[in-house]
Design a protein around this ligand. Structure first.
Ligand code: CO8
Length: 257
């Protein structure tokens, strides 16, 4: 299928999505959201895909939601259309998603990166929530996910001043999992995704779900959820195979990959 705002390919068991609106630094418009929702739904339904990488260009992962599209909106349309809510479907993807970020990840671009399970950044990456400079605030999770990722002080600094932070600062404060040289960005993200996609898919999906719970709930509830998921995995043949392979000193062959 051909998309106008995305480049989509599969590499072995990895789905790779490249945001592709170079004329607007990959600004996230309605069409891009609809196309991304469709691609992710397809990857979710495809048993041949075990992990997803979302990336942009060298200059911009995404410079935010499309300001030209949003500018005419009034309060009534924002409420009735539930502006920004469509992105919840992207965040709800159950397969692991890695954001490979080079250049600007601003506003909705930073928020899209944070919807992914972790971020691998190029040394050139710049993160920020500059919405305040436009007379608005983040609307795709920036005040919530950023605060959980980096804590109140740094989140307040970024959201209230609108300043950008570089990759080193983003890694220091826990927003980014790894920082790599620009030319190694995609290679590193694809290698991580391939590694994940080689494991038992039910275990991977439950690991994602369990870590996700830590963002949403209190410790005792999170522990209970983890325990149930942990127990459930003993019902899978992949648990038998994974442990047998360790004992027999060989590589496991997971059935549910
Ligand atoms: N929306 C629309 N177009 C954009 C955007 C954007 N967010 N960012 C860049 N562009 C366009 C520019 O208008 C320009 O187009 P043109 O050539 O037609 O004028 C082209 O991309 C290149 O941009 P610049 O010339 O500005 O490039 P520079 O290298 O000089 O600057 C910057 C790069 C610093 C990234 C600059 O483009 C910039 O500040 N962009 C806007 C960043 C921003 O404020 N982002 C937040 C947007 S609001 C948001 O994300 C809210 C999310 C929640 C709501 C979701 C609802 C759907």
């Amino acid at each position: 299928m051909a998309y106008e705002t995305l480049l989509v390919e599969t590499r072995a068991r990895v789905g790779l999505v490249t945001l592709n609106r170079p004329q607007a630094l990959n600004a996230l418009n309605r069409q891009l959201l609809e196309e991304l929702q469709g691609v992710l739904a397809g990857f979710e339904a495809d048993a041949g895909i075990g992990a997803i990488v979302i990336t942009g260009s060298e200059k911009a992962f995404a410079a935010g939601a499309d300001i030209k599209e949003m500018q005419p909106y009034g309060f009534a349309e924002a409420v009735t259309e539930d502006l920004a809510a469509g992105w919840d479907a992207v965040a709800a993807c159950r397969k692991p998603m890695i954001a490979a970020v080079s250049g600007f990840a601003l506003g909705g671009g930073c928020e899209l990166a944070m919807m992914c399970d972790f971020i691998i950044a190029s040394e050139t990456a710049k993160f920020g929530q500059p919405e305040i400079t436009l007379g608005i605030i983040p609307g795709m999770g920036g005040t919530q996910r950023l605060t959980r990722a980096v804590g109140k002080a740094k989140a307040m600094d970024l959201v209230l001043t609108g300043r950008m932070m570089d990759a080193a600062e983003a890694e220091r404060c826990g927003l980014v999992a790894r920082v790599v040289a620009p030319e190694r960005l995609l290679e590193e993200a694809l290698a991580a995704a391939e590694k994940i996609a080689g494991f038992s898919l039910p275990a991977v999906m439950m690991a994602k779900e369990a870590v996700g719970r830590a963002q949403e709930t209190v410790l005792s509830e999170g522990m209970r959820a983890e325990r149930r998921l942990f127990h459930a995995l003993f019902a899978t043949e992949d648990q038998k195979e994974g442990m047998a392979a360790f004992i027999e000193k060989r590589k496991p062959t997971f059935a549910n990959r």
